[in-house]
Design a protein around this ligand. Sequence first.
Ligand code: PAF
Length: 273
Amino acid sequence: MKIISCPHELKEYLKNIKNSIGFIPTMGALHEGHISLIKKAKEQNETVVVSIFLNPTQFLKGEDLDKYPKKDEADKKICSISGVDVLFFPQPSDMYGADEVSLLAPKVRGYVLEGQSRPGHFNGVLTVVMKLLNIVNPTRAYFGKKDAQQLNLISLMVKQLFMDVEIVPVDTVREKDGLALSSRNAYLGKEERVEALKVSSSLRLSSAMVSRGVLDAKEIKSAMREILAPLEIFYVEILDRDFNQLERVEIGNSVILVEVKVGTTRLLDNIWL
Ligand code: PAF
């Protein structure tokens, strides 16, 4: 596995690759969720590139940038064992200068749900993803469905800015007990880890209700809120795949999303029905 930290060197190196490139952008602290993105990219492309970059511009003041889990050596091993061809490992100074050009998330879709409690977060995400895509110039880029709003906004950016990359959504990976994998799960204490299961339980309940024929969004959301009640709830929403509000679940075109705080840790999860 080749490890490169300079964007220009990576661009030069990848210019010589004539077959398809699959790209997985990450912020490190890799887990099975990331490994499933790498596996998917390996199935669909000849060359696989992973980036590990803890992007400072997507963290708001007072958020967890400084304590975000860092596992550089373990991450390199995971990438190498998983068959990654090139690991891009830049420093903030490789990615950002003074007086930066940056992207603005759309005023509506970028400021609801996670964007409402983290205003400006998606400006940082879109800017760094745009930079990374320009550096790697991949055939396909892989994003987890767990970050559904991020996936939605990146797909929108690629469409609206006429970018030449296929965005591939990949299913959420869960622990046996249902907890969706996330690098931030490392923050959870023992009791918080148990409380966190309310998130996947509420989503399982929503899916069971839909299977029984209950499609009314209000009814489903209020049943979910009962399960989530002791936690700080940021939102429980039922949207279509373009992120428009739904009054009734449309099977094959719905996403049910939850974000809560457990202790000091934000957890988000969703289910696509
Ligand atoms: O999902 C993430 O890990 C990050 O938001 C991303 C897409 C790597 C951009 O920094």
